[in-house]
Design a protein around this ligand. Structure first.
Ligand SMILES: *Cc1c(COP(=O)(O)O)cnc(C)c1O
Length: 496
């Protein structure tokens, strides 16, 4: 049955999956949502005999209904291949009575690879389907991980160009090095003087500029987005929640239909929203535990029903979660408002104008599956150290925010249900913060000395992604002011 997508901000437009992927954002600034959330049409036991790729097909075919079986399977096989350093794609590691779902075995060692290794394939397939002749320009704002994962995914993909904006000084040294050494003749990386929200707002403004859009069309270009608002990112993320439940079952760690909790270190609300979708599709998930760092807008939202971004932006050791506007939350707000596009549009306008919106008591009542909390920098460091001392397992700072919040959740609720902590980055990506958490004595060491030391103390091999940048040449050195992003894009495309 065909599944169409509509915008969270108006009820007029509905588009096919491939059109939603191509457009990224709806014309009215809303996010595309499926008209209904499909339910898995296959038993969990049957899934337990399948590979990651096979499960991916079972999930994606329900959402991307205008792709043929062959097209989808080709996209899946091109994405989840030897770029991942493990055949399992998303292995689960048990440590200290908890399950860590490792989503960092792809090309750029962070969870964004799970979706961004398939998005370019979905997008070029969608372009062919819709007779698009223009060159597709991927425009992305990044807090560090999206940028590199998108660059790696789109590098040298025929018919596309990719421009990435990142906050200069607001990402880890390894993250920056990964981006500015990116190869590929269609890749552009620009540092901005500003924070992630400035970068994201700048990109949103460029997307919304009708004059530029016309100019682009006349010169043979059109924009699309690889940001987590693209439905082509959300759907591939649902897959690993289905996969991990099935895997825990196959490994005898849980019984059939036993419910589990999931803890997700959250920034833009994309990853945890995928868990929510998996639950709606029939995966026995109980609580969705939303973990924030000191930028705890979401925690405050879950406790008060008021989303308020008017606060200081804090740079933390989990930079990929340093976000004050969690874009994907809009999809949840829309859903719990009874899919009332008008009411949703008003809330989002209030967020833009006043920086705050509030939900009703009835809406709040629908959020009881969610639990929100946050971890301070000290708590995050403590969890990394304690887990390492106790088990030898080293987790990254983002994952540690989740682990610290899970500890608070357990203390508060005494809930003993089996729990999956989503591990979103390799500790090698945030080596300095990770090693400093374990012992202050590492403070004086160089970035790559720390990498080798981490390998020694954890007994794990240095990932390929890190080896590659050890002596890679810097090829991108563009920097601009936050209010000059549009001019920079025109310059890059040669259309000023
Ligand atoms: C992007 C990212 C997150 C946040 O994910 P959202 O989908 O934006 O909530 C958490 N951890 C890491 C390592 C990330 O790269």
């Amino acid at each position: 049955m065909e599944l169409l997508y509509k915008s969270t901000r108006s009820s007029e437009e509905s588009v096919t999956a491939s059109q939603a992927i191509l457009k990224g954002l709806a014309e009215d600034g809303g996010l595309y949502v499926p008209e209904r959330i499909p339910v898995l049409d296959i038993e969990i036991e049957a899934l337990s005999k399948m590979t990651y790729q096979e499960i991916a097909y079972e999930v994606m075919k329900l959402y991307f209904t205008d792709f043929t079986e062959e097209e989808l399977k080709t996209c899946i096989c091109s994405a989840y291949d030897e770029k991942f350093d493990t055949e399992e794609i998303a292995p689960i590691r048990k440590a200290d009575q908890t399950y860590y779902l490792e989503l960092f075995h792809g090309a750029t060692i962070a969870f964004k690879d799970m979706a961004l290794s398939i998005l370019p394939h979905l997008m070029t397939t969608a372009a062919k389907k819709n007779q698009v002749k223009n060159e597709i320009v991927i425009l992305t704002a990044t807090s560090g991980d999206t940028g590199k994962a998108a660059l790696a995914g789109f590098a040298d993909v025929e018919g596309t160009r990719i421009i990435v904006f990142y906050p200069k000084g607001g990402v880890s040294p390894i993250q920056e090095k990964q981006m500015i050494t990116q190869k590929g003749k269609n890749t552009y990386v620009v540092g901005i003087h500003g924070n992630f929200d400035d970068a994201q707002n700048g990109v949103k403004e460029i997307f919304g500029n009708q004059g530029l859009k016309q100019q682009m069309d006349q010169t043979g270009f059109q924009f699309s987005s690889a940001n987590s608002i693209n439905i082509g990112r959300l759907v591939p993320q649902i897959v690993y929640y289905v996969y991990s439940y099935v895997k825990l079952l196959a490994d005898g760690e849980i019984n059939n239909k036993e419910t589990i909790n999931v803890v997700v270190p959250t920034g833009n609300f994309g990853n945890i929203l995928a868990a929510y979708f998996a639950k709606q599709m029939g995966v026995p998930i109980d609580r969705l535990i939303c973990a924030s760092n000191e930028n705890k807008v979401l925690y405050d939202f879950f406790s008060t029903g008021s989303y308020n971004k008017n606060r200081e932006f804090i740079l933390t050791s989990s930079p990929s979660m340093d976000i004050l506007i969690s874009s994907n939350l809009e999809r949840l707000i829309y859903k719990i408002a009874g899919e009332d596009a008008q009411a949703n549009r008003e809330r989002m306008q209030a967020l833009k104008k006043e920086g705050v919106y509030t939900i009703t008591e009835e809406m709040k009542a629908q959020l009881k599956d969610f639990y929100g909390n946050y971890a301070t920098e000290a708590e995050t460091a403590e969890v990394i150290r304690d887990l390492y001392k106790k088990t030898g397992y080293v987790i990254d700072t983002h994952t540690a925010v989740a682990a610290a919040v899970y500890k608070k959740y357990q203390e508060e609720t005494k809930d003993e249900k089996k729990t999956l902590i989503v591990s979103t980055a390799s500790p090698y990506k945030f080596t300095r913060s990770v090693m400093n958490s374990i012992d202050k004595k590492y403070d004086g060491m160089g970035d790559f000395e720390l990498v080798d030391e981490l390998s020694r103390i954890s007994g794990t091999a240095v990932p390929r992604a890190i080896e590659e940048i050890r002596c890679a040449e810097v090829v991108h050195n563009r920097v601009c002011e936050a209010d000059r992003m549009m001019g920079t894009v025109q310059e890059i495309l040669g259309i000023c």
